[in-house]
Design a protein around this ligand. Sequence first.
Ligand code: ADP
Ligand code: GLC
Length: 479
Amino acid sequence: MKVLIATPEASPFVKTGGLADVTGALLREFRRMDIDAYLMLPLYSAIRDAFYLADTGMRLTVPVGDRRYNSRIWSYGSDVYLIECNEFFERPELYGTPEGDYPDNAARFTFYCRAVLEACMAVGIRPDVIHCNDWQTALMPLYVKTLYRTEFFSKTATIMTIHNLGYQGLFDVSDFPLTGLGWEWFNPEGVEFYGRVNLLKAGLIASDIITTVSPTYAREILTDEYGFGLDGVLRKRSSDLYGVINGIDYEEWDPGRDGSIPANYNLSDISGKALCRKALIDECSLKGNRDAPLIAFVGRLSAQKGLDILLESVGDIVSMGGRFIILGKGDEHFHKGVLGLAEKYDGSVYVKIGYDEAFARRIYAGSDIFLMPSRYEPCGLGQLIAMRYGTVPVARKTGGLADTIIDYNPLKGDGTGFLFEDYKASALRECLRTAFSVFVDKRRWRGMIISAMGMDFSWKNSALRYVELYDTAIKGKRA
Ligand code: ADP
Ligand code: GLC
């Protein structure tokens, strides 16, 4: 089976969020499984600056609207291809700056989708399945059925994975001609969305199989509350929609070997975690009671992640004795909000605005509680990494958080975390209060740490599940 993973980001090359972790880890897992898998990425300047790439010698001319763009194909190792087009990708960021998205994103990712298909033909990779990830790749399934309905792709099935329905690639109708599709596709059954172009819809209507990153999110997106206006489209395709839970790369995320944390530890001896905790308290200059519960938040500072109820709760939680470490970047008004709290509760709340993987690792290792009060969460990797590092998650019961965290059972005294349902600051505070009451019971807390660390969130099972779905898609296509 030949698999092509199409994605706008993948670790270790470029990352803005969990999508990169997932696509990078999936490729590595497929290598371990001896599956013939390839990855194709846009050649952003950040990749060119950091990796030694080889020129394949392949040159493409890719049409986008009425222009044609020259492109070179580079490679890294034997299974990663990078698609060059400096006009589109030689920029400081992937999708936009804090001022907003790049205005030519429709052209950039239309180019990418066509260039991937052209590159397959040029390099001679005839995929049995193209695994598309998020809106930036979503034209490919429709292209394979229209502009690229050729002998070369006649046996190629497509899978569309939704990592976050909140991002759909919505553009003005004036961008539609860039796609090269006929106007017969610009209607509500096609890629039109209330008068605009919706690139994700191309993938949702045309792919052989749709997946998303947890079983609960797969159900949630069929509802008005979580469907972002696409629930109707998804309900029509519900028999082809599957939830496959994300894993994390167990070699990359391993407290037993992590070189960024002050002391290593594992399930058989967790004593190093206390050293990591002590170092983290010092690093963040937290004052007062060193035994007070240490609550961490690492993630994008966006409405999705529950920042409003988090901001609303911090004061009360500090008065309950909790202390906070917040690492993230995102919306400007949330930056201001968290920085304001750091100032107000100096010594109890530490905030760093920015993206810092080494610091994130020290936080995962050194904290007691990992907070994810998400409004919605397709899967979430933060809680998986936290559990692997023995940090107990407190999270809203939604999407992948509901599927991966075992809620504390007060009767049995077990579980791997604490969940709350209502999207309200009061529910978050109540949940943390329960967590604090267990935290003071050192024996029970230790039991939860051990249970969390003992969970298996490696990629093995989910990678196998993808292979099964690839098979289903391929058989469906060839039937
Ligand atoms: P999402 O993809 O919605 O942003 P996930 O929980 O799936 O959320 O993945 C987030 C990933 O990005 C995790 O690996 C997390 O550790 C990392 N991350 C998020 N923000 C930061 C940051 N400011 N610094 C370092 N790592 C971060
Ligand atoms: C998205 C989601 C997150 C998920 C990640 C990887 O960014 O917000 O929940 O874990 O994609 O699938």
